[in-house]
Design a protein around this ligand. Structure first.
Ligand code: CP
Ligand code: NVA
Length: 307
């Protein structure tokens, strides 16, 4: 039984296989007769529980659609409506759900909830975001980069802003897929040092740069994310915005990256805060391909889990 909990804890060969399968499956959907598509239904007769303890648009809809395209069925559960949100233990919840469903995707707060779910579940568990990581997002991002720019190995990714959960999964991916990663942001919001050290041990450059313009020099991909994540307190808003404003992605900053660099954002974006409209809607932006690729990447993740 295979869980998909994080990029750095998944075998690099499996990660590559997931990306290649996602790409092939996506391409096969275009123009294929329905009979051919229906022939391969790895989730036929399977029920997948999608648990959300935080809001979601992309993760919720892309998993729901993906499971159905693979022949399965879903039930979308809100953590607050489950006994889980009213004191039942995660271990008991995992053991009970495993008697009913064939796979569990969970979006939660503490990573420990995900890990405990995986420890006690007897069906595959997928990480749909925790305060600490967001691996499904980065699998979609790698797929998107490679569709637009070719192999990501040896390329330079620059993250501008908060060293948050999405940045953490990018650092994990740098080590596993072999690309360099530069973090441009304030010291107070640096990504976890342990994650950066582990990626460096795998032979890639993980750098920190306090000047956004210097950071994006030579970048093949510029990425940002919201300045206030779902688990961050609203009371930190003004302080964070003041620290992060120098790292906003605008047209001038993009013009300092490689001429064929692409821009990504996992969405939802706060237009005018971490990124300007001109970049979001500009020629280098691949944000909607990135959002679409959540579907294709996660289908490959689920297929790997049940293979
Ligand atoms: N990018 C992402 O995970 O979006 P949602 O919060 O809408 O799921
Ligand atoms: N960093 C953001 C990502 C949302 C998809 C958050 O955790 O809220």
């Amino acid at each position: 039984m295979k869980h998909f909990l994080d990029i750095h804890t998944t075998d690099p060969a499996a990660l590559r296989q997931i990306i290649d399968t996602a790409r092939a499956t996506k391409e096969a959907r275009v123009g294929l007769p329905k009979a051919a598509l229906d022939a391969d239904l790895p989730l036929k007769d399977k029920m997948v529980a999608l648990i959300f303890e935080k809001p979601s648009t992309r993760t919720r809809v892309s998993f729901d659609v993906g499971v159905r395209q693979m022949g399965g069925q879903t039930m979308v559960l809100s953590g607050a409506d489950m006994q889980l949100g009213h004191g039942e233990s995660i271990a008991d919840t995992a053991r009970v759900l495993s008697r009913y469903v064939d796979m569990i995707m969970i979006r939660t707060f503490d990573e420990s909830t995900l890990l405990e779910m995986a420890e006690y579940a007897t069906v595959p568990v997928i990480n749909g975001l925790t305060n600490r990581t967001h691996p499904c997002q980065i699998m979609a991002d790698i797929l998107t980069f490679e569709e637009h720019c070719g192999p990501i190995k040896g390329k330079k990714v620059v993250w501008c802003g908060d060293g948050n959960n999405v940045a953490a999964s990018f650092i994990h991916a740098a080590g596993q897929f072999g690309f360099d990663f530069t973090f441009a942001g304030p010291e107070q919001l640096d990504p976890e040092k342990g994650f950066m050290a582990d990626a460096r041990k795998k032979g890639v450059k993980i750098e920190i740069e306090r000047n956004a313009e210097k950071a994006v020099h030579g970048a093949d991909l510029v990425v940002t994310d919201t300045w206030l994540s779902m688990h961050d307190s609203q009371s930190a808003r003004e302080r964070r915005h003041a620290m992060l404003r120098p790292f906003r992605v605008d047209r001038k900053l993009m013009s300092m990256a490689n001429p064929d660099a692409v821009f990504m954002h996992c969405l939802p974006a706060h237009r005018g805060e971490e990124v300007t409209n001109a970049v979001m809607d500009g020629p280098q932006s691949v944000i909607f391909d990135e959002a679409e690729n959540r579907l294709h990447a996660q289908k490959a993740v689920m297929g790997w889990c049940v293979s």
